[in-house]
Design a protein around this ligand. Structure first.
Ligand code: SF4
Ligand code: SF4
Length: 75
């Protein structure tokens, strides 16, 4: 599980610089959390720092199961 950015995001970019794992990216389509990199800030802070910095409550917990994308098979 991880966090995701909801539609209330204003694309300010504050969370991008705050994430200790560089898990948040600002893309043309919006700001996105790379779920494979998000550790929920466990061992880094008492609570997710991206949520602390987001002034509009756009970052929400996402319980949707997911599978990492497998790398392409070698030759
Ligand atoms: S919860 Fe922590 S690790 Fe996950 S995206 Fe937010 S700041 Fe990054
Ligand atoms: S801090 Fe909040 S409003 Fe700003 S880019 Fe991140 S999710 Fe969006």
């Amino acid at each position: 599980m991880a966090y995701r950015i909801s539609d209330t995001c204003t694309r300010c970019g504050d969370c991008v610089a705050t994430c200790p794992n560089e898990a948040i990216r600002k893309l043309p389509a919006g700001v996105r959390v790379r779920r494979e990199l998000c550790t929920e800030c466990i061992g880094y802070d008492d609570s997710p720092v991206c949520i602390e910095v987001c002034g509009c409550g756009a970052i929400v917990f996402d319980q949707t199961p997911w599978e990492p994308v497998a790398p392409p098979a070698g030759p």
